[in-house]
Every structure is written in C-alpha cells, then in structure tokens.
Write a protein that binds this ligand. Structure first.
Ligand SMILES: [Ca+2]
Length: 76
C-alpha cells in the first residue's frame, strides 16, 4: 500500500510536470521503472540464493531437506 501511494504520487507529479513543461520526462520514469524492476530482481535473487544454501554441508539444499523432513514426519 505504501508503494501504491508512492506510485500514485509519482505518476501525479509526473503528469503535472508533463503539463507544465509540455514534455515527457522520460529519463525519470525510466529510472522509476528500473527501481521497481530491481526491487523484484532482488526478491528473485534472494529466492534463488536459498536454493544454494546448504548449512550442514551434506550436499542437499536445505529447502529440499526441510520438505523431506516434513514428509518423514507425516510417515511417523
Ligand atoms: Ca543440507
């Protein structure tokens, strides 16, 4: 919701600026879009990084290990 409000304010300001200066400020909207893209990129990288975490060094990715443990618990 914070992002939504921020986006609305930015778009409003951008359109206002477009009316005043009568030209679209493309570089700033591109950097704004880049901000959002990089935000989701960080999220994706964080998710992918978890696929390579193996804290107990047994060669099995810990995310998969946790799922395996849950399956074992169900069998008990
Ligand atoms: Ca492991």
């Amino acid at each position: 919701m914070v992002y939504l409000g921020f986006t609305a304010m930015f778009v409003y300001g951008w359109i206002h600026n477009l009316k005043v200066t009568n030209e679209a400020d493309l570089p700033i909207i591109i950097s704004f879009l880049t901000f959002f893209v990089s935000g989701s990129t960080v999220y994706a990288i964080t998710f992918l990084a978890k696929l390579f975490i193996d804290k107990n060094q047994n060669g099995i990715v810990d995310i998969l290990e946790e799922k395996e443990d849950n399956t074992n618990d169900n069998n008990k």
